[in-house]
Design a protein. Sequence first.
Length: 137
Amino acid sequence: MAFRAEMAMLIRHFQPNTVITHDPWRLYQVHPDHRATGLTVIDSIVAARDHLFFPEFMIIGLHAHTASQILLFSTDHPDFFVDVSETIEQKLRALAKHRSQVGRIPDWKERVRNWATASGEKGGLPMAEAFKRIPLS
């Protein structure tokens, strides 16, 4: 509940059109943090758009906000593709800073490029990030 409240507060404050999170319904998703994050963020989107959730936020000027869409990444059923062919090297540089995640995987850059290429093929693009899109408005 505390995480949901914090996320709902941030959504109301920043008023994003798009919220991106893990797909909590991914088949065989065994990582508990990925499942929990995806579900909590989705619950937070609902809490941010409904004035009955966290009414105390309105006292500090954080009124209900409805995002236009949710994009779920690492999904089994992508239907929304973003061309990343011009930004893949920038992504690799950013990921390289996340040593706890990629430092122990010797071929991680090749994996990321292959994943982007495979996603691009599904979306008719040279390289892509693939998402499941949930329209909200």
